[in-house]
Ligand binder design. Structure first.
Ligand code: PGA
Length: 262
């Protein structure tokens, strides 16, 4: 795992955008992006859009995207569905058409098979090249709450009260936050070829330290990242605050040979 302690959220967004652009430049039309929702990736997405609109970004023609998760129980046209959110915050501004942006299907009559169908779609696409991830204050990854199987695949899950409270800011009240979601499993996430975890703010410091330096445990789902051969953690100073080896990570990053990239 490569942990990159950065100064602030702007640097996290810059490096995050660099990784996505490098992938799209190298894989071209066959690039498959894994996208996260939530607040943390938004500065990265805005930076990608800024570069795209300035004409310095790569072509996104043919690029396919897969989201991590989706609420169950929202109206199909609800603005807080993750399908609508990712279109608004990233893929529409980049000109990636809706038929190349995939998410788990929350239609009520297909929930029993939605996980399996999503796994099949991911395999058919050749798998995810770069997966953007955030981390929950309780250590969740996508909507895999503490206790989730480290080998889990896409399935229906129930949100914890803490996550519903965290996400209430996107809704009129906590009562409007769905209780159920479809989420890629931890085993699904491990199949992506490069995982990029973005963490900003003091509220993520304890969870990040547990994920990176604590024991591998379903009690901290993000600790599953320790099993993956290519993980990049981009953390601002506040989120990196509780990392015991922070100075070493910085030294490693500063001494990286320029050809190596992230
Ligand atoms: P956030 O959510 O980026 O909005 O903090 C992260 C997560 O819950 O995974």
């Amino acid at each position: 795992m490569e942990v990159v302690p950065l100064a602030d959220a702007t640097e996290v967004a810059d490096r995050g955008a660099d990784v996505v652009e490098a992938l799209v430049r190298s894989r071209g039309q066959s690039a498959v992006l894994g996208l996260a929702t939530g607040s943390t990736p938004l500065p990265t997405y805005r930076e990608l859009i800024r570069r795209h609109e300035a004409g310095s970004g790569p072509s996104y023609d043919g690029v396919r995207c897969f989201t991590l998760d989706e609420y169950v129980g929202l109206a199909a046209d609800h603005p807080e569905s993750y399908r609508a959110t990712i279109a608004r915050e990233l893929t529409d501004p980049l000109g990636i058409p809706a038929d190349r942006v995939h998410g788990p299907d929350p239609a009520p009559d297909g929930l029993a098979t939605a996980g399996e169908r999503y796994e099949e779609a991911l395999v058919a696409a050749g798998g995810v090249d770069v997966q953007i991830l955030g981390i929950g204050a309780d250590g969740h990854l996508a909507f895999n709450e503490p206790g989730s199987s480290l080998a889990s695949l896409t399935r229906l899950k129930t949100l914890t009260e803490e996550t519903r409270r965290d996400n209430a800011r996107f809704f009129d009240s906590i009562d409007d936050v769905p209780r159920h979601v479809l989420t890629q499993g931890l085993g699904t996430i491990l199949r992506a070829r490069h995982l990029v975890l973005l963490a900003t703010g003091a509220g993520k410091a304890a969870a990040l330290a547990a994920a990176v330096e604590g024991p591998l445990s379903a009690s901290c789902p993000a600790s599953v990242l320790q099993l993956h051969p290519h993980v990049t953690v981009l953390a601002d100073a506040a989120a990196a605050e509780k990392l015991a080896r922070r100075d070493h990570y910085r030294e490693v990053y500063d001494a990286k040979p320029p050809w190596q990239g992230l």
